[in-house]
Write a protein that binds this ligand. Structure first.
Ligand code: 76R
Length: 275
């Protein structure tokens, strides 16, 4: 089957997201020089604009710290068939898969509404003057439109460091003495998520997060990808969120992987693959 015959697999609700982790097969890399070129060709094929239109498929490469992986590759885009083809092409390079995570971008059912924000401006920020309130709502509307678009159709940010981990909301039954997020009412979940967002907003400009949904797709319910220039901010946001009720009572976490984001050729060079 030629690439052109590949039937696109797209969703109306969001883009596909692959987090791929590899270690380098150094023996193979030595026997087959040019390993980096095969990986770079795969990246170029995924991200090249198709004739007559822009391409939304993006790749971000990072070198992982620690022995969970040497190299991390994050790929996003509308067509799951293209993402799968990319994954298969990467295996032409001397890379040994160590872990992967599959998710999709999504909007959140707890997104702040305009009424929520008006109420917050009045009670939290103490704004009573109607003209000032209106001006703040206008600014908010613009910020949130950008934020929502970025959640579903993200442009991967270029920060220096990345941290990825999967997580789920707890659903232990009362018989086991546990908390069950999914047994709470919508209003209660929304109230709790507002507290979560308050903590998150404190990191505006320092940490960019991309929360992608994986319920039904992979072993956990979300993939959390955090980007920051200062790696200490990755640690700090996750630590502060642990005290917030949503995380303290209801969150369960998978493994964490941290890496340094680099341009693909440089990332491959740092893990010992040459062109
Ligand atoms: O107002 C809005 O519409 C956005 C508010 C918001 C939602 C709905 C928000 C804000 N998040 C939302 C949803 Mn989040 N987030 C995480 C983690 O380690 C941990 O304890 C948790 C991992 C981080 C670090 C983080 C950061 N968030 C979600 C969801 C989906 C919940 C669901 O649908 O049930 C998850 C799993 C999740 C987890 N969050 C923010 C942040 C930050 C930094 C913000 C502020 C963004 C901003 O306003 O600029």
């Amino acid at each position: 089957m030629t690439a052109d015959a590949r039937e696109p697999v797209e969703s109306a609700s969001g883009w596909g997201v692959l987090h791929l982790f590899y270690r380098i097969d150094h023996a193979r890399a030595e026997q087959e020089p040019g390993g980096a070129k095969r990986a770079l060709d795969a990246i170029a094929a995924l991200t090249a604009p198709p004739p007559g239109g822009p391409n939304s498929h993006q790749v971000l490469t990072f070198v992982a710290l620690g022995h969970k992986a040497d190299l991390g590759v994050m790929a996003v885009g509308p067509d799951l068939a293209r993402l799968q083809a990319f994954q298969a092409e990467l295996e032409g390079a001397p890379l040994v898969p160590t872990w992967s995570y599959v998710s999709m971008t999504e909007t959140s059912e707890y997104a702040t509404t305009e009424d929520d924000e008006r109420a917050r401006l009045a009670t939290e920020d103490g704004i009573t003057d109607p003209a000032e309130l209106e001006a703040r709502v206008v600014v908010w509307r613009e910020r949130i439109a950008h934020y929502r678009e970025q959640r579903v159709h993200p442009a991967l940010p270029r920060r220096r460091t990345i941290c990825f981990y999967p997580m789920s909301k707890r659903r232990v039954g009362p018989a086991d003495g546990g908390d069950n997020w999914y047994a709470l009412s919508f209003d209660e979940r929304k109230r709790l998520m507002a507290g979560h967002a308050r903590v998150g907003r404190g990191y505006a400009g320092r940490v960019t997060q991309l929360i992608t949904g994986s319920t039904g797709l992979d072993d956990w319910e979300w993939g959390v990808t955090l980007f920051a220039d200062d790696p200490g901010d990755l640690k700090q946001i996750v630590y502060e969120m642990r005290f917030d009720e949503v995380s303290a009572r209801y969150a369960e976490f998978g493994p964490f992987v941290t890496g340094l984001i680099l341009e693909p050729a440089e990332a491959l060079r740092r893990v010992g693959l040459t062109e």
